[in-house]
Design a binder for this molecule. Structure first.
Ligand code: GAL
Length: 654
């Protein structure tokens, strides 16, 4: 190798090392900002939850975040993924937290690690592993010794892991902030004095882990010093931290919202989102995080609940698949540039508020050294207004903020979108032939029937109706409640059979009822009320009748005081009701046989071998319990509405 090439190599290597280790910095804060390496910073952050995409997607998502003007990537840490069984850890594949944080560093971005370990996040059981619920004497999120011991063990495990990999900024890594707990202040009153002492304990425990970077607590107005209390919400400009020594930080600016099954697809106009961000920086904020910047997908059974959908798209600047969502992404990118042009003035001084008039607000950041940046806001929702500021006239559209990095020229107004509107158009072009070629017969679909009722060896019998989560330990969404009972020929119920109903009450979330192998009805709750009460008309025959009730959970609750105590399943009563008085039969306390999970899950569908899957060209229809499978790829084409001449076409396979 020629010496010139060696020199070049050494130079390149030096550059890479520099690029990935340029963080080594003390992180502190003062009343104005987070201070990194002695410098106050204006920081724009965005949430990307690593298990909601694939490791293959991470570099692209992070790069698109950087291109969009982010400085920081925020993620929660998901305890129930990492420790599915107590003391058995999993940090592989989509769960590879270290890899994710390292990729953030490689892109030259900072990280905010919200350890929780309670995370809410529309995540199954709020991120807590189910086994936690079975620890004797445990009470979640309060001053309870068994809970605190487990919370401390997991938090310390994560902190140690980050330390070993030198991922804290104090060690040269990208992590500049960590969060303990999550929005406990929203529900702490339900826990009384024990809630207050728990939060003090959590603060002390976190600080004792000695990360070398600040800790935050969101929505916790009494966060003990030196922990920074931060704001979550659609607007946080009116927020003030609980001490003059703490900066004004916004950890969750909801870029859209999550989708529930049966609910409307959420949408937050970018003009409003940009308005909220500009108002926050106008009024002294210096750290703002989009929740979510990329929402992604709730894979497997990770959705919280009840009834949180598998898509966690969130109307975020990067859509579920990681594609740039326009004009959201582009308008925010323009906003971030405008805010960064003001950074030097913003962090150097406190603002003044010269009067502009009702529903109007001017904010000026002016330093002795001649820096001057200003924000002009029209917070009225009805009319555009022309204002006079520093001798010049400015038109302020309703509900908008103009940013003037030099106190004179407007570089950005939140209501005026200049970025292109790219509209992705999805088209299904072909069904992929699966590895098993028999799957490709006909339309590409194949199926397997699921037996009705008990089919597994581990079924068991107990008197009475059992609560579902305590029975399944969330090993499956499904629990069969089965019963065979003898109906006597002279049973009054049979006299007017046409009026008999099966009455079932369930704590949720959904159920299917079968009598003698036939579906008699289905019912389900909703995200606001998971309970199900049904009355299915039935026809009973004298002699043996079999009742098979299949109860389903659709994501375990993730929010609210004592949410871990919310039950599910058919806790009763289950009754056969006739039309006349005294003709009811209560089945609730009979001997029920229980089966957790379905046969299909036991056989590990849908990845079961090809011989189990039937791919006849006509699929069974209108049959209650069938597993269907298809594998497909989709292509997308996107084009620019504003620039149709330069048609921008991209095709990608997933
Ligand atoms: C917040 C919570 C987040 C998420 C969000 C809604 O209150 O902290 O984890 O649940 O609401 O998407």
């Amino acid at each position: 190798m020629a010496s010139k090439e060696i020199l070049l190599l050494v130079l390149c290597w030096g550059f890479v090392v520099l690029a990935t280790t340029s963080f080594g910095a003390n992180v502190t804060y003062d009343h104005r900002a987070v201070v990194i390496g002695g410098k106050r910073r204006v920081l724009i952050s965005g949430s990307i939850h690593y298990p909601r995409s694939t490791p293959e997607m991470w570099p692209d998502l992070i790069q698109k975040s950087k291109d969009g003007g982010l400085d920081v990537i925020e993620t929660y840490v998901f305890w129930n993924l990492h420790e599915p069984v107590r003391n058995q850890y999993n940090f592989e594949g989509r769960y590879d937290l270290v890899k994710f944080v390292k990729l953030v560093a490689e892109a030259g971005l900072y990280a905010h690690l919200r350890i929780g370990p309670y995370v809410c996040a529309e995540w199954n059981f709020g991120g807590f592993p189910l086994w936690l619920h079975f620890i004797p004497g445990i009470q979640f999120r309060t001053d309870n010794e068994p809970f605190k011991a487990e919370m401390q063990r997991f938090t310390a495990k994560i902190v140690d892991m980050m330390k070993q990999e030198k991922l804290y900024a104090s060690q040269g890594g990208p992590i500049i902030l960590s969060q303990i707990e999550n929005e406990y202040g929203n529900i702490d009153s339900a826990y009384g004095a024990a809630g207050k002492s728990y939060i003090k304990w959590a603060a002390g425990m976190a600080l004792s882990l000695d990360t070398g970077v600040p800790w935050v607590m969101c929505q916790q107005s009494d966060a003990p010093d030196p922990i920074i209390n931060t704001c979550n919400g659609f607007y946080c400009d009116q927020f003030t931290p609980n001490s003059n020594n703490k900066p004004k930080m916004w950890t969750e600016n909801w870029s859209g919202w999550f989708l529930s099954f049966g609910g409307a697809v959420p949408y937050r106009p970018v003009e409003d989102l940009a308005f909220a961000v500009a108002r926050f920086f106008q009024r002294g904020g210096t750290f703002q995080n989009y929740y979510m910047y990329h929402g992604g997908t709730n894979f497997d059974r990770t959705s919280g609940g009840p009834f949180i959908s598998t898509s966690y798209d969130y109307d975020a600047p990067l859509d579920e698949y990681g594609l740039i969502r326009q004009p959201k992404w582009g308008h925010l990118k323009d906003l971030h540039k405008a805010i960064k042009l003001c950074e030097a003035a913003l962090v150097a001084t406190d603002p003044t508020y010269p009067s502009l008039g009702p529903n109007l607000e001017a904010t000026v950041y002016k330093t002795g050294s001649g820096l001057c940046s200003a924000f002009l806001a029209n917070i009225g929702t009805n009319s555009d207004v022309t204002v006079k500021f520093n001798g010049n006239s400015y038109l302020l559209p309703a509900w908008s903020v103009s940013i003037l990095p030099d106190c004179k020229n407007v570089v950005f107004n939140t209501a005026k979108i200049n970025s292109v509107t790219l509209v992705p158009s999805f088209s299904r072009q072909s069904l992929q032939v699966a590895a098993d070629s028999s799957d490709a017969i006909g339309s590409g679909w194949s199926y397997i029937n699921e037996p009705v009722g008990i089919s597994k060896d581990d079924a068991f019998t107990k008197p009475g109706l059992l609560e579902q989560i305590n029975t399944t330990a969330d090993q499956s969404d499904y629990l069969w409640y089965s019963l065979s009972t003898n109906i006597k020929a002279d049973e009054p119920l049979l006299e007017d059979g046409s009026k008999t109903v099966l009455h079932v009450q369930s704590l949720g979330h959904a159920l299917h009822a079968f009598i003698n192998g036939k579906l008699v009805g289905s019912g389900y709750g909703s995200s606001s009320n998971a309970k199900v009460t049904v009355d299915f008309p039935i026809a009973l025959a004298p002699g043996k009748n079999t009742f098979d009730l299949l109860s389903l959970t659709v994501g375990l609750q993730n929010y609210g005081a004592f949410y871990e105590k919310t039950g599910a399943g058919i806790t009763g009563p289950v009754q056969l009701k006739g039309s006349g008085n005294g003709t009811n039969i209560d089945l609730s306390s009979q001997q029920w046989t229980y089966q957790t999970g379905l046969k299909g899950e036991e056989l590990n569908f849908p990845s079961g071998s090809s011989t189990q899957w039937d791919s006849k060209s006509t699929l069974p229809k209108l049959q209650p319990l069938v597993w269907y499978k298809v594998i497909f790829i989709f292509h997308y084409i996107f084009y620019s509405v504003h620039q149709l001449k330069d048609l921008n076409v991209g095709i990608k396979n997933f």
